[in-house]
Design a protein around this ligand. Structure first.
Ligand SMILES: Cc1ncc(COP(=O)(O)O)c(C=O)c1O
Length: 404
């Protein structure tokens, strides 16, 4: 068989066996949940929520962050919802959002009666920048929900400075960037409140679903706790769960259960290692891309930061190709490499959102960057051999699909 024939054309793929699956939930997580069961049998009380595992997990998370208060909640979507809820904004307020994020981040705003204003990204990134933030401001802007997309921190300081001067509250969405550093501090510590998803594909995960609300401001923390659990007055240390008459206001139940918190505690204990490993993998990929004349590293922030890689974005020199970027990336995927050829998280392009958009119906920088890049999906189990196959696939595809 002709080894150089692309898999997409019926040739043999570079990868004959699948890339290593992440197996985030391994023996340690099984032990962690088993311990929750065993504790409950020994103590003679079924496990529930708001228990000792949530306390251990959230305390550990705050230690990891370098201080603050955290509440484990049922999803990242719930976390954004709660963060916005406790800002007590007038319905109809304008809320700036990132150009590239997940629908969960956006729906939380719409469902609270706010107007979405999508800001564009800085050229050649998926990240909102200070100029784009300023351009999105309206007289009615009261808050912004800013996503550190793909694991890279936004350039927060100038944005926070503008926001503070105008009384605009900032929510950081760190769902794709747990533990990323901006100027030496973890993301989540720059705005007023931060929301994190901890669902199974995230760098920090509590199980199938999960989320976390984080703040350094205790004045937000207690309302977050109450809004996450039916209006219970958690700020009163000896309040009784049974005294429904003393609850504060109507609120839903967004609790994270003890099993999930035990899993979170376990995955959190190796989060820094996970971050370091993923960073090292992308560093090696970028270094090896020197051999490519078509694909190159995409993101090189000019400010002091260290990403917590969620996916790895690479740039394609589309002028050198005989095919579209999407076709090129699809051909790489066919070689057995995990690739997202056509990233659909550009918010302004979502059809269902159009009638809710106040401004930001077009984010040319974000769309342009998406059209010239593709995302390599990876995990911390990738070996050097796996990285070599990623590069070999790219080189094989470009040997056929690049113009000569
Ligand atoms: C940036 C961002 N925000 C919010 C969410 C929503 O989180 P969840 O799926 O846990 O509701 C996700 C991911 O799913 C995300 O990537």
């Amino acid at each position: 068989m002709d080894e150089s024939k692309l898999a997409i054309h019926g040739g043999p793929p570079i990868r004959s066996k699948p890339l290593p699956y992440r197996k985030l939930f391994g023996k340690k997580e099984l032990e962690a949940v088993t311990k929750v069961f065993e504790d409950s049998w020994r103590e003679g009380v079924d496990f529930g929520f708001q228990g000792k595992y949530e306390k251990l997990y959230t305390d550990k998370f705050c230690e990891f962050q370098g201080g603050g208060f955290a509440d484990g909640v049922s999803s990242g979507t719930a976390a954004v919802y709660l963060a916005l809820k406790v800002l007590y904004l007038e319905p109809g307020s304008d809320v700036i959002t990132s150009p590239v994020t997940n629908p969960g981040s956006i729906s939380s705003i719409i469902l609270q009666g706010m107007n979405i204003v999508v800001a564009d990204s800085q050229p050649n990134t998926f990240l909102l920048g200070p100029d784009e933030f300023e351009a999105a401001l309206t007289p009615n802007t009261r808050a912004a929900v800013l996503t550190h997309s793909g694991g890279y921190p936004i350039d927060m300081n100038p944005i926070v400075e503008i926001a503070e001067s105008k009384g605009i509250k900032i929510i950081e969405d760190g769902s794709q960037a747990h533990g990323a550093l901006y100027k030496g501090k973890r993301v989540g510590r720059f705005g007023d409140i931060a929301a994190f998803s901890t669902m199974f594909s995230k760098t920090l995960a509590t199980g199938g679903c999960g989320g976390l609300v984080y703040t350094e401001n205790e004045e937000y923390y207690w309302p977050i706790r109450s809004h996450a659990d039916r209006g219970k007055p958690f700020h009163i240390s000896d309040f009784s769960q049974r005294r429904f008459d003393e609850y504060l206001f109507p609120a839903l139940n967004f609790n994270l259960d003890e099993l999930s918190c035990a899993i979170g505690l376990s995955t959190l204990s190796r989060l820094q290692k996970t971050i370091d490993k993923r960073f090292e993998i992308t560093r090696k990929i970028d270094e090896a891309l020197d051999a490519s004349s078509v694909v190159s590293p995409a993101l090189k922030p000019q400010y002091d930061c260290k990403p917590s890689i969620f996916f790895h974005t690479v740039m394609v020199d589309v002028d050198k190709l005989k095919v579209s970027k999407k076709e090129f990336a699809e051909a790489v995927a066919a070689e057995g490499i995990w690739v997202n050829p056509d990233y659909r998280e550009v918010v302004s392009e979502w059809k269902w959102l159009q009638s809710y958009l106040k401004r930001g119906t077009h984010t040319p920088n974000a769309s342009d960057f998406r059209d010239r890049t593709f995302n390599i999906l990876l995990n911390e189990r990738f070996s050097d051999e796996d990285i070599e196959d990623v590069i070999a696939s790219i080189l094989k595809v470009e040997s056929v699909l690049a113009k000569t």
